[in-house]
Design a protein around this ligand. Structure first.
Ligand SMILES: C[S@@+](CC[C@H](N)C(=O)[O-])C[C@H]1O[C@@H](n2cnc3c(N)ncnc32)[C@H](O)[C@@H]1O
Length: 300
């Protein structure tokens, strides 16, 4: 385990359970937990695949239990997992916390285009608190446009004094926020990067300036990054070296790692022309190599 720290932002490069153990109990204001979903993604060399559903859930119950211990009594936790696992996390968590909202984050593009079934275009998020009578919820910081009535400047005649409909409202539990796409500025090379807009809403709603925000599975470190922008403190945990490097760069904790500069990977359309050609040539060579392998294995 290795710790990097600068100006109230800490990155722990290590295993979530071990790293969480280093955080004081009852000290965290907000936890955003977006673990591997057990759906076969590839986090560099860490497979997102458990031997059985049961072993994934048992692992989940362990880190959820520890996260609860780390939360202050006024603390809030948001938890994500795959749709098929969420009912189990929900049952586990509602025996220990109050689940205030079951949020559906939906988007209109999927990485897999389903043709023989209805493709998955949403991910569930649980919003839980330790004390339902004492928790942070900054409703005024996350208001969205209220479409009904307000846009058309309708007047509500049911009120004692006729009033124009509110033009702003607290978002409901269905959030339409675009997934992070390759061409977006915020894109990082991580297969399940969460959008800044999603974390902005969560961190603004459920913490205040100076509060401590923890993310036990930081990935591309969106949580810590947004926490920094919003003047919160952050602790981000991640097991994978490549993603820790993204975090060190995004949080401006370091400019170098093992002597090599930390730079954002250029997108294909940003590469100088000669490098583009090299990438293309490599790609072509690989394709030729695969074809000749196929031919040879057919011949055998
Ligand atoms: C779903 S991704 C998180 C994505 C992140 N929310 C973002 O916005 O980029 C889960 C991350 O957990 C990391 N991970 C997997 N097992 C871990 C473990 N036991 N301890 C710490 N990190 C782990 C993976 O490397 C992966 O980056």
């Amino acid at each position: 385990m290795k710790v990097f720290e600068k100006n109230g932002h800490k990155i722990i490069w290590g295993e979530a359970l071990e790293a969480l153990a280093t955080i004081k109990d009852n000290s965290v204001d907000l936890i955003f937990a977006d673990p591997p979903y057990n759906i076969g993604k590839k986090f560099v060399d860490i497979p997102d695949q458990w031997a059985s559903d049961g072993s994934y859930l048992n692992w989940g119950y362990k880190w959820l239990e520890v996260c609860i211990k780390k939360l202050k009594n006024t603390g809030t936790m948001y938890v994500m997992t795959a749709t098929q696992n969420m009912p189990y996390f929900d049952i586990f968590l509602r025996a220990k916390l109050t689940i205030l909202s079951r949020i559906v984050w939906y988007y209109d593009s999927s990485s897999v285009q389903a043709r023989k079934y209805f493709g998955s275009l949403y991910e569930p998020i649980l919003h839980c608190v330790k004390d339902e009578n004492d928790y942070t919820f900054n409703a005024n910081d996350i208001l969205v446009e209220a479409r009904t009535g307000a846009v058309r400047k309708l007047i509500d005649y049911r009120k004692p004094v006729p009033t124009i409909y509110n033009s702003k409202k607290v978002p409901g539990n269905v959030w339409h926020i675009s997934r992070v796409r390759y061409r977006m500025d915020e894109y990082e090379n991580h297969p399940t990067q969460k959008p800044v807009a999603l974390l902005e809403r969560i961190i603004k709603a459920s913490s205040n300036e100076g509060d401590t925000v923890v993310d036990p599975f930081s990935g591309s470190f969106t949580t810590s990054c947004v926490a920094k922008q919003l003047k919160r403190k952050s602790i981000g945990i991640e097991i994978n070296e490549d993603y820790v490097k993204i975090g060190l760069r995004r949080l401006q904790i370091a400019t170098q790692f093992n002597g090599a500069p930390l730079r954002r990977e250029l997108k294909t359309y940003e590469l100088p022309v000669d490098e583009k050609q090299t990438t293309f040539t490599l790609f072509e060579k690989k394709a030729k190599w695969n074809t000749s392998l196929q031919r040879r294995s057919k011949a055998l």
